[in-house]
Design a protein around this ligand. Structure first.
Ligand SMILES: *Cc1c(COP(=O)(O)O)cnc(C)c1O
Length: 355
């Protein structure tokens, strides 16, 4: 039976990216060697990094003066690299969920931190709108898509201070005005590549302004100077990221990714809102296009396990909700075909007809 992959991360990738990565693992560029057994300094690997950087810049219209880095450590290491590199006195954080909270925690030991607002009072079902950011902060940190709670900032905010954003789970799903940010980062394993590589878009002249000693590997300058090759980068995931970036370009770029994301989300939320068995968890205006969270309506609560089994038996994979929300989460990243969303909707309708 066809599997429909709604995993939250690591997650769905374009089929051709997986196939072409598999080919390169067997024989990279006709060299007779595997991508896994060549040096990252080999002559034909450098063009992989160069093209991946160039495509990232092209697809997101990244202005001059920014570097694109491919590092290890995951988004979680960025939670600490960001304050190490940018927090001199004071930083502001918007607490919209589990990942935002973890980012804030890492900044706490390194300077004054201000949680400008939180939606913890409502289990992060919305994104706070009314808050004040002090003028004198070094940066304002946001999590654009809250993977666990299914809320998303779908437009760049208008604020008067430089922003830093965790875009782990919505990178390349919409156009971004990069000039508003000094740093955008994320684990690649949701929208871009297999686990193991972290992308960082960093404004060059924002680096080097703090007075603390920064350990070499945590210093963005190290990786800007080394072109992501200061030490051995994750070669295979970077190659897969390059193939995904090529795929996005061939599909029409981030503008096309956004159109598809809107289409998928509109389809699935319409079903959630009209099907008597289900209801959404996030407030409508903040609903994520990437992670679509829903639960059983209160009067059908006892059917939760039955629906999970029914959907699983029909090929749905990874739709169980995160334990902090419960219910279901359908993650619909860039590579998610509309047909899979339709298959889930068909399941929901068939299950409704049975009850
Ligand atoms: C998955 C995720 C993370 C954690 O990423 P790691 O690469 O596992 O450290 C951080 N932030 C967001 C928004 C995520 O979705």
């Amino acid at each position: 039976m066809k599997k429909h992959n709604f995993n939250a991360g690591p997650s769905i990738l374009p089929r051709e990216v997986i196939e072409d990565t598999a080919k390169a693992i067997l024989d990279f560029n006709g060299s007779g060697l595997s991508l896994m057994e060549i040096s990252h300094r080999a002559k034909d690997f450098q063009p992989v990094v160069d093209e991946a950087v160039a495509l990232f810049k092209e697809l997101l219209h990244i202005p001059e003066g920014y570097s694109v880095l491919f590092l290890g450590g995951g988004a979680s290491l960025q939670f600490c690299m960001v304050p190490y590199n940018f927090l001199e006195k004071k930083a502001a954080y918007l607490n919209t969920g589990t990942w935002a909270k973890k980012a804030l925690k890492e900044a706490k030991g390194l300077g004054q931190t201000i949680e400008v607002a939180t939606s913890a009072d409502a289990n992060f079902t919305y994104i706070p709108k009314d808050y004040t950011i002090p003028d004198d902060v070094d940066y304002f940190h946001i999590t654009t898509n809250n993977t666990i709670f299914g809320t998303e900032l779908k437009k760049d905010l208008d604020v008067h201070v430089p922003m830093v954003a965790d875009m782990s789970s919505d990178i390349l799903s919409r156009p971004v005005d990069v000039s508003k940010y000094i740093c955008i980062y994320g684990g690649a394993q949701k929208n871009l590549a297999p686990a193991g590589v972290t992308f960082v878009i960093v404004k060059n002249d924002a680096v080097g302004k703090v007075s603390r000693y920064i350990p070499t590997m945590l210093n963005y300058q190290t990786h800007i100077d080394g072109g992501s090759m200061f030490n051995t980068p994750p070669v295979v995931p970077i190659y897969a990221a390059l193939l995904t970036l090529r795929w996005i370009k061939a599909q029409g770029g981030v503008e096309a990714m956004e159109r598809r994301a809107i289409e998928r989300a509109d389809m699935l939320y319409a079903e959630i809102d009209s099907n008597k068995l289900f209801q959404g968890t996030a407030v409508k205006e903040d609903r994520s296009r990437m992670n679509i969270c829903f639960v059983m309506a209160p009067e059908y609560k006892e059917l939760e396990a039955d629906f999970l089994k029914f959907a699983t038996d029909n090929g749905m994979v990874g739709i169980k909700g995160h334990r902090s929300v419960g219910g279901f989460r359908a993650s619909c990243y860039n590579a998610m075909p509309k047909e899979s969303v339709q298959a889930l909707i068909d399941c929901m309708q068939a299950f409704e007809a049975m009850h």
